[in-house]
Design a protein. Structure first.
Length: 128
């Protein structure tokens, strides 16, 4: 995508959760002053899940640029959620473990949802 300086751009973001519920966010217009520092993001480089797909255990690693409250949930395709963490995290790198036996999850596709003070993001994970 190429943006031009001095132009107004409008965007619309449509999100869908594991239960198929959708929400849409529309902008009122954004004026680009200098497009040279705008990069297109293809994924969230601050989160990794290893291994993915996973069997009994997976390690979720994430990095925060500032201290903030983060809620981390594992959501199945029916929208059922298992809370993995709900706490303040300091700036820096963190890891949490998903132990499929202790949380009694079935095999299948899940969404790992991160909800923070500044950002929210979702990573797909597969349990086999």
């Amino acid at each position: 995508m190429t943006l031009s300086a001095g132009q107004t751009y409008y965007f619309s973001i449509k999100s869908e959760n594991g239960a198929g519920l959708m929400s849409v966010c529309n902008s009122n217009g954004v004026v680009v002053i200098d497009a040279s520092d705008i990069e297109e993001s293809k994924h969230n480089p601050l989160v990794t899940v290893f291994p993915n797909p996973f069997g009994d255990n997976a390690i979720v690693s994430f990095e925060l640029t500032c201290s903030q409250h983060i809620e981390i949930s594992l959501v199945d395709l029916l929208g059922r959620s298992i809370l993995l963490a709900d706490q303040m995290f300091a700036a820096g790198k963190h890891t949490i473990e998903i132990n499929s036996r202790s949380i009694s999850i079935s095999k299948g596709l899940y969404y790992l949802e991160f909800k923070g003070d500044e950002h929210s993001w979702v990573e797909k994970v597969v349990h086999y």
